[in-house]
Design a protein around this ligand. Structure first.
Ligand code: SIN
Length: 314
């Protein structure tokens, strides 16, 4: 028996559910090309702002024993750079899977401006609106302000008709899962992506009695093993609360095939890999696919749909 990882997302068939998480291995055209030539079934660009940003001072990313801490501050080449790459890529690879384009404006109006440009462009992939970056000093994570989520989505869906998802921060309370899901269910969203890093953790180098990244006195977003249980909880919480038309992308702590299997059990459709992609490079996708297939073979599953979302309660 050979397990198939075929995944249907927004009416398109992908060979497997794996892709990068925005922010990792997707800043430059070289990195994006490497993703497109890897075993990932698609990829997403670095969250862009309307103009190029240098981001926060370095060191701003550190690999730590159970994952990573970062305070990148949205360094990126600017919206036009990624739009040009994406539209050229689509023309050159007309049969390729739809790709994802991430935007993270510094204000509602900046987000609307980029989304208008995407709407008017030839881009025919999927757009991810990042409402959850924890690393820009003075800019709180948008999706922790529920009124602001409504304000943005109401304005976006007045004109935006291409497939659009939102990248969410982790939530930690049932009242917040309920409140956010109730808001999101009012809009024609294609998907939610759970989760961005757990914002504003602090990793300490005890030997040197110091923080390990420079921005924000060492506070930064956590990724990797630290965040998997929180990521799974958010995937599950939104999968069980959102309209079935709104898919869930699982991101957070996917290091092995088993982590991927767990995200799928919770209801994720696509899976994004961040910290482990940074550690291992693009060959991580080959390993994850093999490990996930081995688990499915062992359990007698021939397709992901046989177990996706079917987490048992006690
Ligand atoms: C960053 O550039 O600071 C990371 C992006 C994010 O967490 O959304």
């Amino acid at each position: 028996m050979v397990a198939s990882l075929d995944t249907t997302f927004l009416d398109h068939s992908y060979e497997n559910p794996f892709m990068n998480a925005s922010g990792v291995h997707c800043m430059s055209t070289k990195e994006l090309d490497e993703l497109s030539n890897s075993k990932a079934s698609t990829f997403i660009t670095k969250s862009s702002t309307s103009v190029k940003r240098a981001g926060n001072p370095e060191p701003r990313y550190r690999s730590v024993p159970l994952g990573s801490i970062n305070s990148m501050g949205l360094p990126n080449e600017g919206f036009e750079y990624y739009l040009e790459y994406a539209t050229k890529y689509q023309k050159k690879n007309s049969k390729a899977n739809p790709i994802f384009f991430s935007v993270a404006g510094m204000s509602v109006s900046e987000n609307l401006k980029m989304l208008r440009a995407l709407q008017d462009s030839d881009f025919h992939g999927i757009v991810e609106l990042n409402l959850s970056c924890p690393n820009v000093p003075g800019k709180p994570q948008v999706a922790y302000d529920f009124e602001l989520i409504k304000e943005i989505l109401t304005q976006v869906f007045e004109f935006f008709t291409k497939p659009l998802g939102v990248k969410l921060p982790p939530y930690f309370d049932f009242a917040h899962f309920d409140a956010v899901a109730k808001i999101l269910n009012q809009y024609p969203l294609a998907y939610v992506n759970c989760i961005n890093s757990i914002g504003n953790g602090l990793y300490i180098d005890a030997q040197n009695e110091s923080v390990v990244i420079k921005p924000k006195n060492g506070f930064g977003g956590l990724g990797g093993e630290y965040v998997k249980p929180t990521a799974l909880a958010n995937v599950r919480a939104f999968y069980t609360r959102l309209n079935p038309s709104i898919k869930v992308i699982g991101t957070g702590g996917i290091k092995t095939g088993q982590d991927a299997f767990e995200h799928l059990l919770c209801g994720a459709t696509m899976l994004q890999v961040g910290t482990e992609l940074c550690e291992e490079g693009v060959t991580v996708f080959t390993r994850l696919e093999n490990e996930l297939k081995e688990i499915m073979d062992r359990k007698g599953y021939t397709s992901i749909e046989q177990f996706r979302g079917k987490l048992k309660s006690l």
